[in-house]
Design a protein around this ligand. Sequence first.
Ligand code: CA
Length: 714
Amino acid sequence: MNTAKRLNKTLALAALPLLAGLIGCSAGTEAPTGITHERLVNSAAEPHNWLGYGGDYGEQHFSRLDQINSDNVDQLGLAWNFKYELDRVVQAVPVVVDGVMYTTSAYSIVHALDAVTGELLWIHDPKVDKAIAGTGCCDAANRGVAVLNDKVFVGVYDGRLEALDAATGELVWSVDTVVDHERNYTITGAPRVVKDKVVIGNGGAEYGVRGYVTAYDADTGKQAWRFFTVPGDPSLPAENAAMEMAQKTWFGDRYWKQGGGGTVWDSMAYDPELDLFYIGVGNGSLWNYKERSDAKGDNLFVSSIVALRPDTGEYVWHYQTTPGDAWDYTATQTITVATLPINGEPRRVVMQAPKNGFFYVIDAATGELISAEKFGYVTWAKGIDMETGRPIVDNEAANYWESGEGKIVFPGSQGAHNWNPMSYSPMTGLVYIPQQTSLEHFVPLPSGEIVKPKKWDANLGMVTPVVPETPEEIAQIHQVYRGKLQAWDPIKQEEVWSHPHDHIANGGALATAGNLVFQGTADGRFVAYAADSGEKLWEVPVTSGVGAGPISYSVDGEQYVAINVGYGGSFGISFGALSQLTKVLPDSRIYVFKLGGQEPLPEFKRRTVKMPPQVAPRGDAESIANGKELYGLKCGICHGLSVISGGLLPDLRMLTEEKHEMFLGTLMGALQENGMPSFADRLTVEEVGDIQNYVIKRAHDLRDELIEAGYPTE
Ligand code: CA
């Protein structure tokens, strides 16, 4: 940043307390009120607040504050931290309004905190039935709240959308957003407000659901409109012209009998200049294109950005990043609205770095593709044809549904970028992407029946996951599964600088006007870089892995930086073998830093290796092999593929003889209240025995490994 710019910013900051006074800044515990559409449109005028998930309507994840800057960031210290009730996944980007912070922890529990002291003002627990945790793909996550007028809105894991009194946390209204409770609809995303409405989508495309978003009147909870993202039963009239268009791109009958996917589980954004509301649509269900649609058609609107009229939900345009998606390439990643100089002319654009590994710049008014280039390691497509705007799919590399034996494809289902928010700085003109490398071994399973609801048998959409078992296999996979913070020039479509990380699944990014970029890491660090040069300027250890995006805000003229910490999600549970390598433990908190902060950092404990208890081996090779397959389909998604837990949920290799006596009862529902689902309707007693035999075998694998490494046996 040049000196003149910095001076201007400093002057702007000096005026902040005055500005805050004019618009009714209340430090401390007073009720915040009056977050209106107008204030959201003009959010740049109140940079001391963070008014929604992405900070503003355009979701730039950018703070205009610069009191903390690249010259003094080394003086950042802890102002306060708040420990959540559960040491479980935390993915929320907090919202801050006039000195009050609203944020969420696992199972959609909302907290209002004094943004200066961290004092708990109120808590709202929607009391999710913990036994349904297994109905979602990726842990009981929640990415935060929205605020409008005097209300706070939260999407609840079981599909409720709730409005709370911002001052007291009392429930004002609650609606059920789910169209079919026989299907695995969940909500993990943050609601978005637009004008006088609140909008929410859902998750569930790994299980066979039909995706949609619904808008509700923010005052009353009355439904205003609903937009389905994929067609339903073709014998019934289409809901609207967009669904009529989409219907022609689907084949067979499986998609409408079980739901074609296309869930809007994360990103949405609004452009007040164009009055368009953008939704990011997820993968097709099942993943396997042949099973889903006879390997024909584009399958609109899976893996697309769709622009809607916010007042009516009317379709305006779409851009499909992955036509006929077969690889879980959701287009649900951060949608950023900005004005960029394109060929010397300012142009309103939306930008996205979806899972599929291409960075897209799209005309915000029309959906026309402006440019697209690979930002990560990609094998499924050679490039994007700029004539048609379509990917040039590499069939040799990526078509697994016709191949029989399967294909290893980059990126895998974790994507080249996942839900962890990217940030755009209008000052540097750069986008900061929590980029990563992942692969998937897509093996088509034998053609199955229509996916039954409430089952994980939809497992990864009829493909088998990569299951590294031995230390050598895990080390190999770890060589590939890496991340980096990547500064990307969206006009030149090239990397400007990057910092490698040892693990995938790192936190979201925050750029600030102080020439800084903040990011947390999977291995428990919170780091600041110079936004222009990428120089690393500051780092502190935090007590768990970070997935969430940071924010910045100020109260009474003092700037803070906040980050939610608490690893989990698909990385922390399914990818236990990789997440264990980060050596972080479950510990869920929010950390808030300021210049000269003096609070001591909570003690950072590293994970240590434990010897599994001695349990007699059981079962023959056939039973163990059957147990391995069943474990992969039913258990691995939560307890860790290959029976290596990420540490959030019990590591089954550590079960004692005593616990093993309760194994059958546990699978049949004895611990449902603790969040362990019942498998009584999905597994026979014999099958449970096979799974148990495989689990015991894996305990012995670890014992052998540790004994060989010289660990004491007990
Ligand atoms: Ca998915």
